[in-house]
Design a protein around this ligand. Structure first.
Ligand SMILES: *Cc1c(COP(=O)(O)O)cnc(C)c1O
Length: 364
């Protein structure tokens, strides 16, 4: 058997007719930049999350930048985040010459441990960026409460969690600003790069709308320093089709995760989802001791795996200047050494999952 990890080909095949028409429409109209599909998508995204403002942009990294630029993060400002995430979360902080301040993760959810945040707050702290890793949001209420107490902004990095819920509220609409990514392999992916920011604050929304297009107030008049951060009309048109099927896709990801967890029960500790949360299963990740061996043996059997992420950010070469060392965040370090993601997509078949688990169990 040969398993596909994210199965992007099947995702296209399933909606081929609708997607081809949507692409052709954009090309026929040739309104490639900020065409109608972009604004249609923004309306859909706002409706879906119930956020007042959804603003599309070039990718999930630029979404983080837009959020921090709108909040006027300055050089030397401290921003609290997790070391167990994709580089973009902390890279964008450093790009603005602000300082990432890491806080270790919760052993069960792998998201930032809210109970460890307050100890890291100084008079330079300006914001907290929790990440909704693998599709599940962190415990947002205590994070928002701390932020309120110290007058900090909260940016949820929802690049992996669009569609997830926390106490019935949608990811990207639980804090000052939410950001997401439409990178092809994310739960809601386009055919290239894409992203969005969300907020209920009209002033921040207007600033991000402007900053996304070079800080302009009107064409060739620039109020802010901004960026070239627009989403292509083509990508928006594709996402408009995908949005129509997204709820169903989340359901199928959930079913695939449930099947894994049933098959793996008692053999390995399965992913923990908090009672008040639903995950969109960007990844289905478990922990194994001899990961290199497990990966290479599964590969021989036609089963691709991935590691999200092998090295926590405080130990990355680019962040050596921050002065962290091995042992500073023991949970992040241990999970980084053991975590492995199994194939996950809405099209996984029962027989495929049985085969994956059968081969995996032999190696535990
Ligand atoms: C993918 C990802 C990003 C960056 O998104 P891009 O669209 O690739 O720029 C940021 N944060 C997290 C947690 C991600 O997984």
């Amino acid at each position: 058997m040969k398993i596909d990890f994210a199965n992007l080909k099947l995702a296209y095949q399933e909606q081929k007719e609708e997607i081809d028409i949507a692409i052709k429409n954009v090309i026929d109209n040739s309104s490639f930049i900020m065409g109608e599909a972009v604004f249609n998508l923004e309306e859909k995204l706002a409706n879906f999350t119930e956020a007042e403002h959804a603003i599309t942009c070039s990718n999930g990294t630029d979404a983080l930048l837009l959020a921090m630029m709108a909040l006027e993060i300055q050089p030397g400002d401290e921003i609290i985040t997790t070391p167990f995430t994709f580089i973009a979360t902390a890279e964008t902080i450093a790009f603005l010459k602000a300082i990432p301040v890491f806080v270790d993760i919760d052993e069960q959810t792998y998201n930032i441990d809210a109970s460890k945040i307050e100890a890291k707050i100084t008079n330079k702290t300006k914001a907290i960026i929790p990440v909704s890793l693998y599709g599940q949001m962190p415990d947002m209420d205590p994070i928002n409460a701390i932020a309120q107490k110290y007058n900090l902004a909260v940016i949820e990095d929802g690049a992996q969690s669009f569609g997830a819920t926390y106490k019935g509220k949608k990811s990207c609409n639980v804090s000052t600003i939410g950001t997401t990514s439409f990178f092809p392999a994310k739960p809601l992916g386009c055919f290239g790069d894409g992203g969005a920011v969300f907020t209920n604050d009209a002033a921040l929304a207007n600033k991000m709308i402007s900053m996304r297009i070079h800080g302009q107030s009107q064409r060739y008049y620039h109020q802010y320093i901004g960026m070239g951060g627009r989403l292509d009309t083509l990508q928006a048109a594709i996402l408009n089709v995908k949005m129509e099927h997204y709820k169903n896709n989340i359901k199928r990801r959930q079913q695939a995760a449930d099947r894994y967890s049933t098959l793996l029960e008692g053999k390995v500790s399965t992913p923990f989802v908090a009672e008040n949360c639903t995950s969109v299963w960007a990844q289905y990740s478990i922990r194994v001791l001899d990961r290199d061996l497990v990966q290479s043996k599964l590969k021989e059997k036609g089963i691709p795996t991935a590691v999200h992420y092998p090295k926590p950010l405080h130990l990355q070469q680019c962040f050596l200047y921050l002065g962290y060392k091995i042992g500073d965040f023991p949970i992040s370090e241990q999970v980084s050494a053991e975590i492995i993601s199994l194939p996950m997509n809405p099209y996984l078949l029962d027989v495929e999952q049985k085969y994956i688990v059968e081969e995996l169990i032999k190696l535990l």
